[in-house]
Design a protein around this ligand. Structure first.
Ligand code: HEM
Length: 267
């Protein structure tokens, strides 16, 4: 029987690159250059749809005063400490169990059994101290450089709320390992809160979920520690940085205007 020769199916256009012609942007370009441009084209594609270049430029390309120095990095350092706490906290939450009968064991399991658990728990624990030290140093910098004055008062006020919230992270996190020290230290701290004027007793009841420490106290602390307070901190950092970008940075106090007369109004 004669062998039947079937016609070859046509190659679809998409798989058939058209010949390069002069004027084509990739004509004559080396493959490596074309590959390099691919990233730029991809970014262009995204930007055409989201139009994020303008806001990104607004945030990143700002004029900063002469004499800006290392003290100005303390705000960003605080932000990175917060981000590190957020990342390590997510990993700890994968193994931690906020239940009075399981909390201590789950925390010990993180330290003794989970891969890199001791390292991540250590980073989270020491990171909290680092963040508190950095936030106070940053506060000191803005205070001594007079950055709290007009028009940055609102940023100072947001900062004060951020300090309170950061300290609250420390308080609510301290109970979570649920060992003797963390339990009794939190009892003392909540009793101190209870002695505050007017709102004190209500605040203490809210934290304990009642007039005594009970089985649900730990879940209240946990939800404040990993959802409510960090959520608020993240939102306020956003507002804080928006104001920094909008108002610009204060010049160091020792920087004097070159021509003093230019600052005076002529009469
Ligand atoms: C989570 C905490 C905080 C973060 C992440 C943060 C972040 C920043 C960053 C990145 C800057 C710009 C760079 C710099 O000047 O360091 C800044 C500026 C500023 N921050 Fe904070 N900050 C925090 C807490 C605070 C606190 C506690 C205060 C004061 C009570 C404060 C008051 C200010 C002021 C007034 C400025 C403007 C500085 C200027 O114009 O020179 N911030 N912050």
């Amino acid at each position: 029987m004669p062998k039947l020769k079937l016609p070859k199916p046509p190659i679809p256009d998409a798989l058939n690159p058209r010949p390069k012609r002069p004027g084509d942007p990739t004509h004559g370009a080396k493959p490596l250059d074309v590959a390099k441009d691919t990233g730029i084209s991809a970014a262009d594609w995204v930007d055409e749809r989201l139009a994020l270049t303008q806001p990104a430029r607004w945030v990143m390309f700002r004029k900063i005063p002469r004499g800006t120095n290392w003290f100005y990095t303390l705000g960003s350092a605080t932000m990175f400490a917060f981000l590190s706490q957020a990342v390590t906290g997510v990993f700890l939450a994968m193994y931690y169990e906020p239940d009075p009968s399981r909390a201590y064991e789950s925390a010990s399991r993180i330290t003794n059994e989970v891969f890199l658990g001791e390292f991540v728990r250590g980073m989270h624990k020491w990171g909290s101290t680092v963040m508190i030290i950095l936030i106070f140093l940053h506060m000191g910098r803005t205070f001594f450089f007079g950055a709290y004055k007009y028009p940055r008062e609102l940023n100072w006020i947001i900062g004060v709320v951020l300090v309170v919230l950061t300290l609250m992270m420390g308080l609510t996190g301290y109970l979570l390992p649920f060992d003797q020290r963390s339990f009794w230290a939190t009892v003392v701290a909540v009793n101190l809160n209870a002695s505050g004027p007017i709102v004190g007793p209500y605040l203490a009841d809210f934290l304990r979920v009642g007039s005594e420490f009970g089985p649900t106290t730990i879940s209240r602390f946990y939800s404040l520690h990993m959802l409510a307070v960090p959520g608020l901190i993240a939102a306020l950092i956003g507002a804080h940085l928006y104001l920094v970008a909008k108002l610009g940075t204060t010049a160091p106090p020792w920087l004097k205007a070159e021509k003093k007369d230019l600052l005076r109004e002529e009469v």
